[in-house]
Design a binder for this molecule. Sequence first.
Ligand code: UDP
Length: 346
Amino acid sequence: MRALITGGAGFIGSHLAEALIARGDDVFILDDLSTGSVENIRHLKSSEKFHYTFDSLQNRHLLAEMVDESDVVFHLAAAVGVRLIVESPVRTIETNVNGTQLVLDAANKKKKLVLVASTSEVYGKSKEVPFREDSDLVLGPTTKGRWSYAASKALDEFLALSYWKEKQLPVVVVRFFNTVGPRQTGRYGMVLPNFVSQALENAPITIFGTGQQSRCFCDVQDSVQSIMRLVDSGKAVGEVVNVGTDEEVTIEDLAHVVKQRTRSSSPVTHTPYDEAYEPGFEDMLRRVPSLEKLERITGFRPRTPLNAIVDRVVAHFREKEKLAASNGDSLEEPVAAVQTRAQEAS
Ligand code: UDP
């Protein structure tokens, strides 16, 4: 199979590329490197099955050509990370909505199967856990920037499902719940890489809010397995499917797990949301997927336990640390530098 991955130099995209190549597929990635990085795919470059193009989805001719040459499109390119979303809402909305529209339009010409990556954020403030794919979405007001991400992704879902209903374009919509693993960066605010890098430096582990909010963390390899199986099954076309685990952990407990697994002497601190993000920031207390549909369609359910995930992330950070020390580099680029590069790229 020939697969196109938009956002293929990103965290999930690079793991997907790896898994597809491992089973013998040809992989083409299109990435504008706004949040993805060359580092994520360096190890794949030597494979003759791997092809990369660094450009924007806005390059319509290129996109059309790449879609034409593929059997399936994994559309993962998107603005991600709560911090990025709060700080660059225009970019978030434009990237998510325009990008998906361009991909669906290109795929529609020859009716190529498209997997559209959405997010558990679309469930918003709903308290009806576990979240089922047909549950109501409960978003906050438009005056609160955080919700622009959920709304932009919900619009992506509507668009994809409309292409299926109206134009018979085969689409699969997946809602990723908190996905973690090696190569995820803490730059855009994601909690696990932040906690691990803080713990390894014996710096304060910064819990935002009370720490009683909970999440379910899914190993990226399990997420990748899930979406490959959804596409392979042929039974997910026209469907929305949750992808994640239902092992729930509070952020307070996560901080202590990370501290314990790294044997860190970091203090665990609490920062109010207003300071961590922006005044009036709203967080969701619980976010748990129903995995019934995923399991029914694929016969698969992500099961990697939290301790194993944390250990893998810690090992990755240690590896990076060693490499950085031998090159004399700093570990994580400062957020300001990333923002500037992202603005330049957009
Ligand atoms: N969080 C935290 N400290 C951090 C980063 C995040 O306590 O350094 C919290 C965040 O407020 C949220 C949870 O961890 O309640 C998960 O955050 P993340 O951005 O990883 O994903 P989200 O579930 O919010 O999309």
